[in-house]
Design a binder for this molecule. Structure first.
Ligand SMILES: Nc1ncnc2c1ncn2[C@@H]1O[C@H](COP(=O)(O)OP(=O)(O)OP(=O)(O)O)[C@@H](O)[C@H]1O
Length: 587
């Protein structure tokens, strides 16, 4: 928790200091009131007292109460400001850190947990700072001051107050010990609930189509039940606190008056009045002492849950991303657009086996290099090493003569036009999706957008959309078809004018004719850019300059379509399953 507080700015620390002064003023005013009360008691009991004197003491008491109220309001305002600005900064930091994570760290935390950490956990911290800060500052000042005030006013009363404090601490200690483990698991259970809810919502179509509502509901209910039970347990345990504390305070009040009656009874005539006045004042101060301890313990009740939240936020902030930026911001050394794999092997983090084994090939500037192989043979894994979604476990991935690890990620990504297997659309328009991101050059002009959309064979449907290039695209592209989404994703890559295109099975959602025209147009307009294409269909890659055949993460063939048909049995097998005998014979 203390680690989190290092994100407080100097201005916040200043506000906390001013709050401290106001809290001290508030406590002083609160503790001043019993003095006036004692004076009023004395005046009322003393014969010949003036009404004006009583009114004056009462007026001062009212002023103290009003001043205490104003001070409390100012403190509340300042502390809320500190809490809100700290949580804003934490959200910013967590967001920035998450954005810098590689796939390894994101998968390690899980998306659901990262969302809970940057929302719910930070809210816990905000609440704790807003409530706890006041209590942590106020309670010790109040306790010490009140103890000083009651010291020497009668050991019997002091002993009763001490006893009440011990009972209070014992009671609160037991409650905390019972509730603490449950508090700790609340955040984890919230993660689970988030994960199940996300899964249900994102997979809604499949859930409905497979009539799996009951199954999903059962999973949701379990997560919901677990969280509810946890909340109920903690709330029930906490429910004992309020009446328990009330009982202790009332009991203490009673004890003080009971002791008082004995003391007054045994005192000589003139001392009776002094003792009575002391008793009234003491009971007020004793309440303040109990209240101070109560405040402190309340803070300890909020703390366990907040400590868990703070730990979870620190985990994110302290995680060192495995993908580090290199120093190279540009490369003029080699041909622009050359990609080379040198004896690359790859193992997913936490996986037991290697997925890629000793892969070596070179894609020269302007060449189209395609990857084909059965499902799970490692094609996507291989090309994901180029944009550094993961780093090669062994060997080197080299772009324009420099290991990808030596580039700054910005410089590396500026060279690439990546189209993922599953097209991703962002909430916005056709234009905002096509011109998405930056590539270190001037922003795309209208003509560039039109050309990219046209090459990607998206023009026809974009022109039919309401608003054409300004037509709305919903989050996730839910208002366009799978093929349309894929074409817009391809247009986005073209619009970047990269040196190297990376297509991860990006043509599979297109029909054969569109696939062929798109690749032809792409070749005409890409101006010597290199293309790395993962494909399932031989038709998509037949005319590639080089085809690399993968089988269980190993290169089992490398060459042109014609060469591979002759000397690569795996390729021939794929070709026979997709092409006619004549097509194979005429290759
Ligand atoms: N994040 C991951 N963690 C662990 N293993 C993974 C991960 N992603 C993929 N794999 C494993 O790596 C292997 C290769 O997957 P990859 O997606 O590269 O295959 P692919 O050839 O592109 O398949 P497809 O043609 O079906 O897309 C698979 O066996 C898969 O189980």
């Amino acid at each position: 928790m203390l680690k989190i507080l290092r994100y407080l700015r100097k201005k916040d620390l200043g506000l906390i200091f001013i709050s401290l002064l106001f809290i001290a003023t508030q406590v002083w005013l609160d503790l001043k009131m019993p003095d006036y009360m004692s004076e009023i008691t004395r005046l009322v009991q003393t014969e010949g007292s003036e009404m004006g004197e009583i009114m004056s003491a009462g007026g001062k008491m009212l002023l103290c109460a009003f001043g205490s109220l104003i001070a409390a309001m100012i403190v509340g305002f300042m502390v809320a400001k500190v809490a809100a600005s700290l949580s804003m900064r934490l959200r910013e930091k967590v967001y920035d850190k998450t954005m810098s994570f590689s796939m390894e760290e994101i998968n390690g935390f899980s998306t659901a947990s990262l969302i809970t950490r940057s929302t719910n956990d930070i809210t816990q911290i905000q609440m704790c700072v807003a409530i706890g800060l006041q209590a942590i500052i106020k309670a010790p000042i109040m306790a010490v001051w009140a103890v000083v005030k009651i010291a020497g006013k009668g050991w019997e009363w002091t002993a009763a107050t001490g006893g009440a404090v011990i009972v209070l601490i014992l009671m609160l200690g037991s409650v905390i010990a019972l509730a603490m483990p449950k508090f700790k698991s609340i955040q984890k259970l919230t993660d689970s609930l988030n994960r199940v809810a996300r899964e249900n919502l994102t997979g809604l179509r499949v859930v409905r189509a497979y009539h799996a509502e009951d199954y999903q509901e059962a999973r949701f209910e379990k997560a919901n039940d677990d969280l509810t039970k946890n909340h109920l347990f903690t709330s029930r345990t906490m429910a004992f606190m309020q009446p328990g504390m009330q009982l202790i305070m009332s009991g203490l009040g009673l004890a003080i008056y009971w002791i008082g009656t004995y003391l007054i009874d045994g005192a000589a005539g003139p001392d009776k009045l002094t003792l009575f006045s002391d008793m009234v004042v003491f009971s007020q101060y004793a309440m303040q002492v109990v209240l101070a301890f109560m405040l402190l313990t309340m803070t300890f009740i909020i703390l366990p849950r907040v400590i868990v939240s703070a730990k979870r936020i620190n985990e994110v902030l302290d995680t060192k991303t495995k993908i580090h930026d290199g120093k190279v911001t540009d490369s003029e050394l080699y041909e622009q657009g050359e990609v080379e794999f040198r004896h690359v092997s790859f193992q997913y983090p936490d996986a037991e086996e290697y997925i890629l084994h000793d892969i070596s090939f070179t894609a020269h500037k302007g060449e189209t290099v395609a990857f084909i192989g059965s499902t799970g043979s490692g094609k996507s894994t291989l090309i994901n090493l180029v944009p550094r979604f993961y780093d090669a476990t062994e060997g080197e991935v080299i772009v324009d003569g420099i290991n990808v690890k030596n580039y700054t990620q910005e410089a590396l990504h500026n060279k690439l036009g990546y189209v993922p297997q599953k097209a991703v659309m962002f909430n916005g328009t056709v234009t905002s999706n096509v011109t998405y991101g930056e590539n270190g050059r001037a922003p795309a002009e209208k003509d560039d957008i039109i050309e990219a959309v046209s090459v990607a064979q998206a023009e026809e449907f974009v022109m039919k959309m309401d608003g054409t290039y300004d037509a709305k695209i919903a989050q996730g592209g839910t208002n366009v078809s799978g093929g349309q989404k894929q074409r817009l994703a391809i247009a986005r890559a073209i619009c970047r004018r990269p040196e190297i295109y990376v297509f991860d099975d990006s043509f599979s959602a297109l029909d054969y004719k569109t696939d062929r025209i798109l690749r032809k147009k792409l070749k005409e307009t890409t101006n010597g850019a290199t293309s790395l294409i993962v494909a399932q269909r031989i038709g998509t890659i037949m005319d590639a300059d080089k085809i690399i055949v993968l089988d269980e993460g190993r290169v089992v063939g490398q060459g042109t379509h014609r060469e591979l048909l002759k000397n690569c049995p795996v390729y021939l097998e794929i070709a026979e399953s997709q092409l006619t005998k004549e097509e194979i014979a005429n290759a």
